[in-house]
Design a protein around this ligand. Sequence first.
Ligand SMILES: Cc1ncc(COP(=O)(O)O)c(C=O)c1O
Length: 419
Amino acid sequence: MVRLTSLLRDPLKLKQAVPPAVQSWWNNVPLGPPDVILGIYEAHKVDPNPNKVDLTVGAYRDENGKPYVLKTILKAEQKIVDKCLDKEYNDIGSEYFREVTYRLAVGKELSDRAHVSVQSISGSGSIKLAAETISRLYKGNKLMFIPNPSWAYHAPMFELSGMNTAFYRYYDDRTHEIDHSGLMTDLMHMPDNAMVLFQMVGHNPTATDPTNEQWREMSKILKNKNVLVFFDMAYQGFASGCVDTDAFAVRHFIEEGHKVVFAQSYSKNMGMYSVRVGATTFMVDKKEEAESLMEVMKHLAMCCYGQPPIHGSQVVEEIFRDEKLHQEWKDELKMMTGRIHKMRHLLKRKLEEIGSSHDWSHVLKQQGMFFYSGLSVEQCESLIRDHSIYVVKNGRMAIPGINEKNVDYVVKCLHEVTK
Ligand SMILES: Cc1ncc(COP(=O)(O)O)c(C=O)c1O
């Protein structure tokens, strides 16, 4: 770093160091890529049509179409208030928070494995912290393979951390299933020491996850490639309703000795979307590796955002400390996924009853927050423009936006645009 005082003594160097005067610093800035979902969601908010339905945002809605705050979260918050907990700096999260969050991912059996877990800012912040850390430390190929399609921010997050990304085949649009041969072939062709991103469960946007058998096959293929396997676990518990069932993939890859990194989020499974609580974990070979890795992550986090917010982690701690509350949380998670499941069945049955000859069987094959309908951009645009049913234009619909009051209208309009 050059000191300003030495620069001031050397006018020539100073001239070179400081750019020439500009009219405006920020003119001619190209527009950033638009968020494909938020724009449609905003349009929904100002639509005066009383029948409008929002199926855009990946957040749970109750049977009246309203955002849902989990009762367990409210109870935990009350406890925090009653205990007058402080709001000191949160460092990398408390040991207790990091431990229970790690255990939520890996279960009891693997809980003694060497690892580093750092609290971060929900799923997004946790992926980004992982990306920054990997980018600086990883000695293999800086090439991250991402499923096609995937959450829109996966590729830019890694690219903005200085890595290259490439897609691997994942989903077959014709069968509405995993593109089994495409996926396995692409995994086989992955270069040694590369990185691969998997969405552990509740894949966004396709709502289509590998079976346990397919995960086993994927693990076998990658076994001798020394690939870094990154799991985005944003929807743990939100597919089957059970956090353990949903964690099969990450646990299997750890058991099989892969080099695993994962990002967790409490946005969906605790409905703490805007509270921003999650964690980044690196599995390591030896406990000694953990210490320096933790220091690097802590430093990177400090440089990016300082320390993670404490409120959400206190809520999580309360829910894990109190057995009764913990069970109530699991029950609420089951309730949310149960309603989604019920809506899938209702949607399919009513589409048949209305006489739709379109194939809707995939609504029941899929799981998690979304229905990846396979509707064309034009059909989606018609749903939005002609019927005030707001969907993402790749055909993704958030099932929680459907309820017993609006399902008939949704079905009528889906039938209309697919005739
Ligand atoms: C696949 C996936 N990963 C990560 C995220 C990030 O979510 P959050 O930052 O709220 O945890 C999302 C959000 O929708 C997602 O769909």
